[in-house]
Design a protein around this ligand. Sequence first.
Ligand SMILES: *Cc1c(COP(=O)(O)O)cnc(C)c1O
Length: 222
Amino acid sequence: MLNKNVLKTLHEEVTGYGTTLVAVSKTKTPDEILTVYNAGQRIFGENKVQELLLKYEQLPKDIEWHLIGHLQTNKVKYIAPFVGLIHSVDSEKLLQVISREAVKCNRVIPCLLQVHIAEEETKFGFSEQELLTFLAHYTAKPLPNVLLCGLMGMATFTQNTEQIHKEFAQLAALFKRVVQQYVNLQPHFKVLSMGMSADYRIALEEGSNMVRIGSLIFGERG
Ligand SMILES: *Cc1c(COP(=O)(O)O)cnc(C)c1O
């Protein structure tokens, strides 16, 4: 259950860094989300397309919905009409499909490129080298109706804070490098999405400007 003080304190802490708070509402009910909405939060993140669709239909239309989880190309069409930001673009193929669906909806879809920074094999995303190769290619021949707005990454799930610092610092450095190297991504390429409940403080210290926080706001997922 939501503790309003937790949300307020978290919101103050995060915005104090000039950072955007995405409330990750996966597995939570529309009623639980409404409680957080009524406390003033407007940006919510979901990791599954089906769940995102159901909640989009049931909840107030001024919510900005972010997709934060792995996205299959065949599901892009369902969220294309309304999604506010896709954090998890991890292939050129996926971006092409997003572009095509965005054209059909006559809208521009903001996207982040997910970078693999963790040690775990299971996390999706471009490697650093893949990202730079992709961007060299992309900036020469951009796709219509998608806006590349930045990078997203997840650190290794570990108690070792030094390692988490290192991984977030690596992503922040890569972000800086991309901003300097690919000037024609401006003025939109501004978002560095990193940090979750367990590691958002480290992410803020390392320069995150968008954190994705679930359990700290909504309580542990069952
Ligand atoms: C679930 C999830 C989060 C939030 O996780 P918490 O530990 O509950 O804060 C953030 N980012 C992604 C990609 C997630 O899947």
